[in-house]
Design a binder for this molecule. Structure first.
Ligand code: ADP
Length: 181
């Protein structure tokens, strides 16, 4: 599994999709699974910018992983976002014959994030929801990288300020270095 990390607006979904398409790998987006679930109680949490409950997101990600059986590698976007989810991913990955092989962190400054999100116009891109998502990323998600580092997982940091194609080229270099392909 290749896990994409990055603040909202960093371009991690765009990049995760490009990588998965380039390699014919599975792409699993936690946010997309939740948006597709069409459940009003989930919608309300999405609109607040807070995290949905552990069981909800782990259930969806587990189902998605079980559908990727025949694919060499899986790209995961937006999961894990806290320590509990990280432990779950490492422990349950084994069930699906998957290990966390690489973490790609896309870095970008906050001014660019706000500009990108305000022009994107998704329902949960209100000022308060964006603020909550940025806070959760700093307080809960970013520290998860230490957990993965201690597990011996390789983490690479990518400058997300270029064009999607420029960022993609940097990511492909790292993936090739990892010899996943
Ligand atoms: P962004 O990276 O811009 O926040 P996402 O599509 O990844 O966009 O996530 C949108 C929303 O989906 C989050 O604000 C949160 O409410 C919910 N969500 C996504 N991933 C998770 C997760 N791993 N655990 C709990 N909630 C999540």
């Amino acid at each position: 599994m290749v896990i994409f990390f990055g603040q909202p607006g960093s371009g991690k979904s765009t990049q995760g999709k490009l990588l998965a398409a380039n390699k014919d790998w599975c792409w699993i987006s936690a946010g997309q699974l939740l948006r597709d679930s069409d459940d009003p109680s989930i919608d309300a949490i999405l609109n607040s910018g807070k995290l949905v409950p552990f069981e909800t997101i782990c259930g969806l990600v587990g189902d998605a992983l079980s559908k990727c059986n025949n694919v060499a590698h899986v790209v995961i976007d937006g999961f894990a976002r806290n320590i509990g989810q990280s432990r779950w991913l490492i422990e349950n990955g084994i069930k699906y014959n998957r290990a966390v092989e690489l973490i790609v962190v896309i870095e970008i400054d906050e001014k660019t994030i706000i500009e990108r999100l305000s022009s994107r116009g998704r329902k949960d891109d209100t000022e308060q929801a964006i603020r909550n998502r940025l806070d959760i990323y700093k307080e809960e998600t970013y520290p998860v990288l230490d957990y993965f580092r201690k597990e011996g997982i390789k983490i690479v940091y990518i400058d997300g300020s270029g064009t999607p194609e420029q960022v993609h080229v940097q990511i492909m270099k790292e993936v090739e270095l990892c010899k996943l392909a």
